[in-house]
Design a protein around this ligand. Structure first.
Ligand code: ARG
Ligand code: GLU
Length: 718
């Protein structure tokens, strides 16, 4: 070996230590500077401008925030977009009735006229983004106290946003990156007329349900389609029958050439929140304190709900969405904790902290700024932990009791006063009636009571006395600490907890009846819960969190100084990011290796008419038997889902998965259970995102639903 070769190898070894495979959620405008070389090496054939450009049409013009928390992408030049079934779920549900049960049967508009409007649903396009760090931080310095600093920053941000919004034409947001070391401006356009075009039945779109959620091998056809409408000038408009399909600057061509292991993949979307630069103290608090308690509480709720749902089909329908919500993060936290444990994450962070401290202390200047950082963290986390726990308990028990949501509906009535005129009173009563109806539609009292009494008891047993709501006094004195008795008393005494009595109350409502609301035990419970939160839990925990934020700002700054050659990516914060990786399989545990794809065959293997999550529709079975696969098969198989090594998180649902040619090959919808700790620590060996193979979506549209005409407006690459 020549000396030159040895040096090269040493350099490569040195670099590869930093370019950890596939970790990272990158900022689109910085790809050119930091990532594009690496991306090209890994198989990307286009340029950074093809992903993000202000002057020319680029991929960013085809990617949107869908509703509040998902991503969607354009797949035709007539405004057609695709996202996940679970992202469109509530919209599909809203259009469903017993007569037209689109959740069960699916929905396909056979022409533009049949597409269904969705009041309140928006899609948000990014027009441009800009680094505004200099402007935002122009008037702050390191000696300022934190409150002053934040005030100055807030004032700058208001100015920047006002200018960028161009009198309301755009929505402008400024967000902190790296805990406030940097700030970016995001200017977007929001379209408000978005119509439902198609959705498979839940037996496809939600196949596997919560049983398979967060898991591989997966067979969920998790997609739905919508269309954006605009006014005659292609600009955003409220719903109107006169609106026309939006003409996009760019839409994704769809490749049906197939997905192979090792293929380059790019996920372009809106990841919500990650915390990659935490200290060992923070990870300890999350994994040893918050997660275990949250898991325990949700486990109790899941046990109660699933028991009641199994015993009564009506309860199953009523609690389907609630169950899905509770179970989603319950399962995620279990996976996250296992993953952190297996990675030895706390120890890894401790080792790093040792190195950091050594670096900090090696020079007096640094020592002044960073030397005392970790001991400060320790003392704050010691104080924060009981508050974090109380906070977790508050949000998982008191605040999320169904009776609290119900009681909160009545606040509107208590705010009426003597001078409120008849019209206003009537309007308020009617709006309360509507909300109450909506609440009771999906409510089962005995399920709620079981959860209520156990949740309260858990709070009582596990949370420090100083965070106990006033009503615990009553439970101790009047009910000798028996939460069962208290629960029975409350649900019997409360008219709010009695649907019939509520309607009678509303029918006869007079201002003098407000007293009755205020004396209702459910309403008192609600008030007590908020009271303890706003008096005892929230102020101090906010104060401590602000202190942590400040330390984080310094710590991340120090980490970036210390590891000068490493390119840091900022934590996810619901802004547009690029994650790139490759189609890849993984080893979930010793002795087991998973393939990177699943097929229709697996759906037939899981088929079980007795298990709700695994009922396969008859039509799909027929297609399987006839092997009526058209152009969508690969070696005689329909591929359903695939795994890749992209770094994703919640919010990436519905994100396009794009190959090296810039073509759409899948729609992201989940992560593998063994890799769910990637929000805190990424493991290239086990962190995999899960996507639906776009060919499965097309197969369902064309062969299963007979809506193949939709393919005519797509750009299909064969
Ligand atoms: N785990 C995915 C996500 O975090 C899918 C959730 C929806 N599906 C479900 N079965 N609950 O959003
Ligand atoms: N299902 C998640 C979402 O709705 C994506 C899964 C994840 O957390 O990676 O955003």
């Amino acid at each position: 070996m020549t000396k030159y070769k040895i040096i090269t190898i040493i350099i490569i070894l040195f670099i590869s230590q930093f370019v950890k495979a596939d970790e990272g959620m990158w900022i689109p405008i910085l790809l050119k500077k930091y990532n594009i070389e690496d991306m090209k090496k890994k198989g990307f054939k286009l340029n950074a401008e093809d992903i993000y450009s202000v002057n020319n049409a680029s991929m960013k013009d085809a990617v949107m925030i869908f509703g509040g928390g998902c991503t969607a992408e354009l797949i035709s030049d007539k405004g057609l977009i695709i996202t996940n079934h679970h992202c469109g779920f509530s919209r599909i549900q809203a259009h469903s009735s017993l007569k037209n049960d689109y959740l069960t049967n699916g929905f396909w508009a056979m022409s533009n006229k049949e597409e269904l409007p969705n009041p309140g649903l928006t899609v948000t396009f990014l027009e441009y983004m800009e680094d505004v760090t200099k402007k935002v931080l122009a008037n702050v310095n390191d000696n300022m106290d934190e409150a002053e600093r934040q005030m100055i920053i807030a004032a700058e941000i208001i100015k920047i946003k006002a200018e960028a919004s161009k009198n309301g034409k755009f929505v402008a947001k400024v967000k902190p990156f790296f805990y406030g070391n940097e700030y970016y401006l995001f200017v977007s356009k929001v379209y408000r007329d978005v119509r439902l075009v198609g959705a498979p039945p839940s037996s496809i779109g939600k196949f596997g349900g919560d049983t398979d959620n967060w898991m591989w091998p997966r067979h969920t056809g998790d997609f739905s389609m919508f269309r954006i409408y605009a006014d005659k000038n292609n600009e955003p408009a409220n719903y109107s029958p006169d609106n026309i399909p939006y003409k996009p600057k760019k839409h994704f061509p769809i490749s049906i050439k197939g997905v192979k292991k090792g293929d380059f993949t790019l996920v372009f979307g809106y990841p919500g929140r990650t915390q990659e630069y935490l200290t060992s103290y923070a990870i300890k608090m999350i994994s040893k304190d918050e997660n275990p308690h949250q898991i325990k509480i949700r486990q109790m709720k899941i046990d109660v709900m699933s028991n009641d749902m199994n015993n009564d089909p009506a309860v199953r329908i009523k609690y389907a969405a609630k169950y899905a919500r509770v179970s989603n993060y319950w399962k995620k936290w279990i996976g996250e904790n296992k993953g952190l444990e297996r990675l030895n994450a706390i120890q890894k962070k401790k080792n790093f902290e040792k190195k950091f401290t050594k670096w900090a202390n090696s020079n007096q200047n640094r020592k002044n700024t960073y030397g005392a950082l970790l001991p400060k963290y320790k003392s704050i986390y010691d104080k924060l932990t009981p508050y974090a726990l109380a906070n977790a308990y508050f949000y998982e028990t008191l605040y999320t009791m169904e009776i609290v949501r119900l009681s909160s509906i009545f606040v509107k009535l208590t705010r009426l006063y003597e001078k409120s005129d008849e019209k206003k009173i009537k309007k308020t009563v009617e709006s309360v009636r509507r909300s109450v109806k909506g609440f009771y539609k999906d409510y089962n009292k005995s399920t709620d009571m079981k959860i209520f009494k156990q949740a309260l008891k858990m709070y009582y047993d596990n949370v420090d006395k100083k965070f106990h709501p006033a009503l615990f006094n009553l439970v101790e004195k009047k009910f000798k600490g028996d939460f069962d008795k208290y629960t029975k008393y409350l649900y019997k005494k409360s008219f709010i907890a009695n649907e019939k009595k509520v309607y009678t109350f509303l029918d006869k409502f007079k201002l003098s009846h407000i007293k009755k609301i205020k004396k209702d035990p459910a309403y008192i419970f609600y008030g007590d819960a908020l009271d303890i939160y706003y008096k005892e839990i929230n102020p101090k925990s906010r104060e401590l969190h602000q202190k942590v934020e400040k330390l984080n700002r310094t710590y991340v700054k120090g980490q970036r100084l210390m590891l000068k050659d490493k390119v840091f990516y900022p934590d996810a914060n619901s802004t547009l990011r690029v994650a790139y990786g490759q189609v890849d399989d993984y080893k979930p545990k010793d002795g087991v290796k998973y393939l990177h794809y699943t097929t229709l065959e697996g759906i037939m293997e899981k088929d079980n008419p007795n298990i709700y999550d695994y009922k396969v529709p008859k039509k799909l079975k027929e297609l399987f038997i006839k092997k009526d696969y058209g152009q969508y098969a690969e070696n005689g198989q329909i591929h359903v889902c695939f795994t890749a090594s992209n770094h994703t998180t919640g919010g990436n649902s519905g994100s396009p998965v794009i190959n090296g040619d810039g073509h759409l090959i899948g729609v992201n919808f989940d992560r593998c259970w063994e890799g769910t700790m990637s929000d805190i620590m990424f493991d290239p060996e086990r962190c995999r995102n899960i996507s639906i193979d776009i060919r499965y979506a097309l197969f369902i549209i064309d062969k299963f639903a007979g809506a193949g005409y939709l393919l005519n407006e797509m750009t299909i690459i064969k």
